[in-house]
Design a binder for this molecule. Structure first.
Ligand code: ADP
Ligand code: MG
Length: 261
């Protein structure tokens, strides 16, 4: 079942006035964030800005003290379990790749495609449809020549692409990626950027990212988080020249030079 996104079909994600406190410290402080169906949105911000906490709120892992989170125009995220949100189409990739090292690339995708309401079907019971889906996914993530290689022996970048493929075969509506290019070579980063642009045609994507070169090369719209709220948002060129953004990044090492470049 191929789902092609139609931009303009409403909001895939709408976060309003969300506050998350840890013992009085506000990790998110009246955060407002929304994006349309089919958008590829980059979220940047210094360490501790609240990026991961924001993703936690969207997946149901963290429950804000205040505010609302609406997924796909109508689903009240704060009243839905993490497991149910995953079934409804929210997929999240953490920074460290979590693939099954002793299974082949193909078997990893097979296992992911077999997930159905939380129950893993036997490999042999995969339908022809699923098999075609796995083949298409291998090609999309560029691992068709690595299908029979054990995932544990893949390069770091290849593992990340495999994990993205494992999420995509479940046909999510919203894909959340936390620093997907960390630890990648330049070539791997470029391939990842191209992959993200390709998969943005089939689902909405939030990319939390630190690498400013990567953001500059592949982002269109960027949202900047700072101290738990939205500092500014807009086209990448505009955002990187915004004095508030430059100030936030100043004195923070490599990122400050990169964003001001
Ligand atoms: P980012 O991903 O942007 O680096 P985080 O969302 O991880 O930021 O964290 C935002 C702030 O909230 C940080 O100051 C962090 O120390 C704090 N924080 C995050 N999770 C917890 C927690 N479980 N308990 C206490 N403080 C937390
Ligand atoms: Mg983080």
């Amino acid at each position: 079942m191929e789902t092609t996104m139609t931009p303009g079909a409403g909001k895939i994600l709408d976060v309003k006035d969300v506050t998350v406190s840890f013992a009085g410290f506000k990790a998110l402080d009246d955060l407002n964030f929304s994006m349309e169906q089919g958008e590829l949105r980059f979220v940047i911000g210094p360490n501790g800005a609240g990026k991961t906490t924001f993703l936690d709120c969207v997946t149901g892992k963290s429950r804000p003290q205040h505010g609302t989170v609406t997924f796909d125009n109508q689903i009240n995220v704060l009243r839905t379990t993490e497991h149910r949100l995953a079934q409804l189409g929210i997929a999240r990739k953490f920074q460290t790749p979590t693939v099954f090292g002793s299974l082949t690339v193909y078997e990893n995708l097979e296992t992911a495609a077999g997930f159905d309401d939380g129950i893993i079907r036997l490999f042999s019971s995969l339908s022809v449809d699923d098999k075609q889906k796995i083949q298409a996914m291998l090609e999309l993530v560029g691992l068709q020549d690595r299908a029979n290689v054990r995932a544990g022996t893949l390069a770091h970048g290849e593992k990340q692409w495999l994990e993205i493929g494992m999420l995509l075969v479940q046909e999510p509506k919203l894909l959340l990626l936390d620093e997907p290019v960390a630890g990648m070579t330049r070539r791997e980063r470029n391939r990842t950027g191209e992959l993200l642009q390709k998969i943005a045609k089939r689902c909405s994507i939030v990319v939390v990212e630190h690498d400013m070169d990567f953001v500059r090369n592949f982002a269109t719209t960027v949202s900047v988080l700072h101290m738990g709220h939205l500092l500014c948002q807009g086209p990448v060129l505009q955002v990187q020249n915004d004095p508030r953004v430059i100030e936030v990044y100043l004195g923070r090492g490599r990122n400050s030079e990169k964003i001001a470049a």
